[in-house]
Structures are given as structure tokens and as C-alpha cells.
Ligand binder design. Structure first.
Ligand SMILES: C[S@@+](CC[C@H](N)C(=O)[O-])C[C@H]1O[C@@H](n2cnc3c(N)ncnc32)[C@H](O)[C@@H]1O
Length: 232
């Protein structure tokens, strides 16, 4: 049974896409060693000791190594380690792992996040990643960020949750955000969203998936990629 399951999976395009991404990461490597050299290890250790065993929200991010590795994959998958310098805005940037790697690679970076987790402020400081403090709300435009961006990204998103109703944003909320992001994008700019499975465990409703496709996104489970801009 197991072997048929495996063969069945091989026939799925999704399996090929993932395997291709893994192969590309292997071929076009991005060693973390040189990237780590600028991190103040003493300060990082002090932060880690303070958060060891902490139940604070997001305390798991104090153990930076797995998150650096995860974000290295994100950088590799978007091919940003093989690209000319870009201006990148990361929404809900958290501790700034993704932008730290990009900055070390020569890109110009800006994070945007609410200021709710002191750990994230400390990590952003250690990584020397700039952040605009801002809460993304449905149907509210982002502030003037003083520049245009070649890339706008957001990973493990949770600004798209309505509380206390526990409802995910639908097409109307996403449409507003996409139109607003367009104002901040340079010509030929790209947008990438990495969704979180939420509430019922799904990334989106069929209706929202169709909406992303209509707007020109490549949709692959959590990955919503507007590689050639947004279609309005
Ligand atoms: C699960 S964490 C992911 C952090 C980071 N993107 C990463 O992948 O490591 C979600 C992030 O979204 C931020 N966030 C949640 N709601 C937000 C909102 N309404 N506006 C802006 N950021 C928000 C949180 O503060 C947090 O940094």
C-alpha cells in the first residue's frame, strides 16, 4: 500500500515542484556561515538565556538557527541569492530573519510589523534590520513608506485573521490589500505571500483560491506568488 502511495505521489505535479525546489537549493547553495559573522553572539546568547523555557508568545524564535535555516530556504526559493540588489518590504517581518539574510546579500530591506513581541524588537536590533511599526487592518491602507519596492513579501501570515469572529480574510479584504500594495510596488515588482493554515486548518476557501488565480497568482498550497505583478 505504502509503495503505491509513494508512486501516486510521484505522479503529482506538486511533488515535482517540491523536489525541483529542493534540487535547486542544493545546486545554488547559500551557506549560512558567512552570513552569521555579523551577529553579536554574546548579545544573542544573553537573549536566548532570558527566553529559555519562556512561555512568552513567539519565544521559540529566540533559538535563531532553525529560523535562519528556514529563511535561507525562502530566500533560495525566491532566487533572491542569485539576483541583483532589490528593495524588499516584508509584512509581518517578526524577528527579521528573512530580511537579515537579504541585507547580508546586498539587498535593501524594510520590515513592517506590530510592536507586540519585545523579542522581535531585540532580534531586529541584533540583525540590524529596520522596521516600520504598523498594524495591517482590513480595508485600511499602509502608511507612506517613502519608497517603492521591487518585492513585497509576507511569510506565515496572520494579519488576515478577523478576531474575535475567527474568520479568514476573503477576496474583498485581499483585493483591497493587493490594490494598496500596488501603490508601493516598483514597475515589474513581485509579491509573495506564505499563508498560515488557520482556524479550520485550511489556507483558503475555494473562492479565495479562485480570486488569487484571477489576479494572476501562482497558487501552490501556502505559496501565493505574483511573479508578474497583479492583474486588475
Ligand atoms: C507567525 S509570525 C511570522 C513572522 C515572520 N514573518 C516569520 O515568518 O518568521 C506572524 C507575524 O505577523 C505579525 N502580525 C500579526 N498581525 C499583524 C498585523 N495585523 N499587522 C502587521 N503584522 C502583524 C506578528 O507580529 C508576527 O511578527
Amino acid at each position: 500500500m505504502k509503495i503505491w502511495h509513494k508512486i501516486g505521489k510521484l505522479a503529482q505535479p506538486l511533488t515535482y515542484r517540491r523536489a525541483w525546489r529542493r534540487a535547486q537549493r542544493f545546486i545554488f547553495r547559500l551557506p549560512l556561515g558567512p552570513l552569521r559573522t555579523d551577529i553579536d553572539q554574546e548579545r544573542l546568547r544573553e537573549i536566548q538565556q532570558r527566553y529559555a523555557g519562556s512561555t512568552a508568545k513567539y519565544a521559540k524564535y529566540a533559538n535563531v538557527d532553525p529560523w535562519l535555516r528556514l529563511n535561507r530556504e525562502r530566500v533560495q526559493d525566491l532566487k533572491l541569492h542569485r539576483s541583483a540588489p532589490k528593495r524588499v518590504l516584508d509584512l509581518g517581518c517578526g524577528g527579521g530573519f528573512f530580511l537579515f539574510i537579504l541585507k547580508k546579500l546586498g539587498h535593501s530591506v524594510l520590515g513592517l510589523d506590530i510592536d507586540q513581541a519585545p523579542l522581535f524588537a531585540e532580534l531586529l536590533d541584533v540583525f540590524d534590520v529596520p522596521r516600520v511599526v504598523w498594524r495591517i487592518n482590513a480595508f485600511e491602507p499602509l502608511p507612506d513608506l517613502g519608497q517603492k519596492f521591487d518585492w513585497i513579501t509576507a511569510f506565515s501570515i496572520n494579519f488576515n485573521l478577523h478576531y474575535p469572529g475567527e474568520r479568514l480574510w476573503g477576496p474583498a479584504e485581499w483585493d483591497f490589500l493587493l490594490r494598496d500594495l500596488q501603490r508601493h510596488l516598483a514597475p515589474a515588482g513581485k509579491i509573495f505571500f506564505g499563508l498560515n493554515p488557520s482556524f479550520g486548518g485550511n489556507y483558503y476557501t475555494p473562492e479565495l483560491r479562485d480570486f488569487f488565480l484571477r489576479r494572476g497568482a501562482d497558487v501552490e498550497r501556502a505559496r501565493i506568488f505574483f511573479d508578474r505583478g497583479v492583474r486588475f
